[in-house]
Ligand binder design. Sequence first.
Ligand SMILES: [Zn+2]
Ligand SMILES: [Zn+2]
Length: 270
Amino acid sequence: MIFKNFVDTHTHTKNSFDGNYTIEEMCEAAIEKGIQIVAFTDHVEMDYFVEKGFDKDAENSYKDIIRAKELYKDKIEICTGIELGEPTYDAALSESLIDSRDYDFVIGSIHNLRKTDDFCELKYDGLDVEALLNTYFEELKILTDWAKFDTFAHLTYPLRYIVGENKIPVDMAKYKSDIDEILDLLASKDKALEINTSGLRQPIGITMPDESIVRRFKELGGKMITVGSDSHFTQHLGAGIEQGMLIAKNAGFDSVYIFRKRQPVEIEII
Ligand SMILES: [Zn+2]
Ligand SMILES: [Zn+2]
């Protein structure tokens, strides 16, 4: 790490349906890697909250994080996070969930369109990718307008599968005004934009969003960036954070942010 400050604000434990390691294993690995602040942000998908057991996951995740916070308090700062998937598909339930616990940090994300599968599970053969992306960006506008999160996760997530895994080219110029509208809304509502570094270790090979979008966020008045590895494994903790911080710096941001009790805390990129 070329920077002194090393934070990772997007990570998953076994309390995520696709997580692999206990919170203790994740904490030990994070300490080993020299990460100073980590946010655990297990998945809670609001469109299948009770149906797929996310209510239980949310409860277990919260309890584990509170326990780990105390257990490792002399070695690492732990933020009580949550990755709220599709919160606008049941906004009232999402708001009551956020208010029901003392979260530090809420990530807002979209992994699937309404009543469809996650973009990672779709079969793209024969699908109208342009229509799919149009609907995706419309959903992101609704999410940004709702804005009861702290950071906006992995903007351009479907490209990880459409471009990265299925090699279907996408002309992003078609979505420039949609993206501008989203970035504008985030800036005006004082919300953070996440640089999700998981794409760097996947076929797409770039962060989500990429540097051009981070630069555009700065141009449109965006103030806060968060950086997260989206690690589901101990070995991926902190992965790409350095590149993510460099992208933020190149785009004109001097700091990244973490959140304590839903309040932004500036972490200088030094
Ligand atoms: Zn996600
Ligand atoms: Zn995630």
